[in-house]
Design a binder for this molecule. Structure first.
Ligand code: DGL
Length: 266
């Protein structure tokens, strides 16, 4: 048994889509969430700076006594995972392999689409991991940077978001993909309009598999929370906690309050 919380971090509020799956699948676990809302977006920044930011956040979460960390942000997972696991001595879970595995499992025509930030797509991480599962799968990738500010703004189901989805996805649909990975934590917020724009394509949110992976890890290492009292989750952001309330209501069904935390000194 290990009663310490699980740390989940993201470049902003998008990681709440991952936290939401944890609340569903691991309802007894406590979560400490950090969203770097002061420095979002990560997707257009360099690998070096995103690695520096994420190491600061992991140090902050360790100070909050977490037993494991989820790099919910795809940009971090696809660019900084090796650097983080080399530096920190606790279990860190990334999100790319979970989404890649699921796509390889469900594609029928071996043609998969991946959407993510510029940095995630440039890393080629999804393509590498999908091909490691099945080298015959063809992967078409597309950076969709506008989805992040749309999600952060709560513009998740209006005509602007719908037009962006149609324009971004058309070239993937033209390639006959049958599955599409939402390779960015913000995109599941736009699931409805993305699913509509993608026609009959299967839309994959890696967060579901990530939560399963964490459950398996906790079970295997005997690290599940033993306390039976209701878990108390804590949420931190680096700026603008007001926006957090709004998005947490949409994603988690409850307007959680976030505390402002400074991580630059870590
Ligand atoms: N949360 C980031 C991800 O999953 C996307 C947003 C950003 O650009 O910071 O990649």
């Amino acid at each position: 048994m290990d009663d310490r919380p699980i740390g989940i971090f993201d470049s902003g509020v998008g990681g709440l889509t991952v936290a939401g799956e944890f609340l569903k699948l691991l309802p007894d676990e406590e979560i400490v969430y950090f969203g770097d809302t002061a420095r979002v977006p990560y997707g257009s920044k360099s690998k070096e700076i995103v690695t520096k930011f994420s190491a600061q956040i992991v140090s902050f979460l360790i100070e909050k006594n977490v037993k494991a960390v989820v790099a919910a942000c795809n940009t971090v997972s696809s660019n900084c995972y090796e650097a983080l696991t080399a530096r920190f001595d606790l279990p860190i879970i990334e999100v790319v392999s979970a989404g890649a595995g699921e796509a390889a499992r469900i594609t029928r025509n071996n043609t998969v689409g991946v959407i993510g930030t510029e940095r995630t797509i440039a890393s080629g991480a999804y393509e590498r991991m999908i091909k490691a599962e099945n080298p015959e799968i063809i992967v078409y990738s597309k950076a969709c940077p506008l989805f992040v500010p749309l999600a952060e703004e709560g513009w998740i189901n209006n005509s602007v978001a719908a037009a962006a989805a149609e324009i971004y996805l058309q070239e993937l649909i033209d390639r006959d993909i049958d599955s599409l990975i939402l390779g960015c934590t913000h995109y599941p917020l736009l699931t409805d309009i993305i699913t509509r724009a993608a026609g009959g394509v299967s839309v994959i949110n890696p967060a579901v598999q990530v939560a399963r992976k964490m459950r398996a890890l906790l079970e295997k290492r005997g690290m599940k929370r033993g306390k039976s009292d209701k878990p108390e989750h804590k949420f931190f952001v680096s700026d603008n906690s007001g926006k957090f309330d709004k998005i947490s209501r949409i994603v988690l069904g409850k307007a959680y309050k976030a505390e402002i935390a400074e991580v630059e000194g870590y």
